[in-house]
Design a protein around this ligand. Sequence first.
Ligand code: 5GP
Length: 205
Amino acid sequence: MSNERGRLFILSAPSGTGKTTLARRLVQLVPNLSLSRSYTSRSIREGERDGVDYNYVTAERFLAMREAGGFLEWAEVFGRFYGTAVADTERRLAAGEDLVLVIDVQGAAKVRERGVPFVGIFVLPPSFEVLEARLRQRSRDPEEQIRCRLETARREIEALADYDYVVINDEVERAVDCLRAIVLAERARRDAMARKVEEIVRSFQ
Ligand code: 5GP
């Protein structure tokens, strides 16, 4: 395990863009990079597991944690609460682990307001039409909910300018390649390499 503090990557995208699939694939490919597990008050969906996809809690428990300052960020998305626990994040970053948070644009804005440094990556679908088609294909959601997700997507896209990188999810493997390149480039930044660089430069003297 490294002595350097880990880096925080925030991945945001409109619902239906496929960001969770990309993030899961990314952490499989890149060593010392893992996914943060959020808390949510929404109910568990078929195929999901408590403690794996999310920590599922009641709205009361969520609000109590929030009251106690337990969240680095939190947001209400489609009427349910979602949040990233401060303690989990801090423990992993302090241990030198790089961490990916898959959170919505409201959450990313809160982390920014707190002055916590992170690399922001926005994932875009190839077009609005493709997003609409994907939402209809994948979900059993009623029409009204699909409309609501599309309207939310329109608003979320406006936050794009606050992010450092953009990845277009036109093809999963290509998009994952881009994400991997971003993580590796961030790891190679001179400031991130300071300690190692100092050691090597000293060996020249
Ligand atoms: P879903 O219910 O489909 O899993 O997620 C709905 C939305 O909530 C997605 O946009 C997802 O990125 C966002 N989300 C999941 N976890 C968190 C979190 O901890 N904080 C915030 N702000 N958003 C989250």
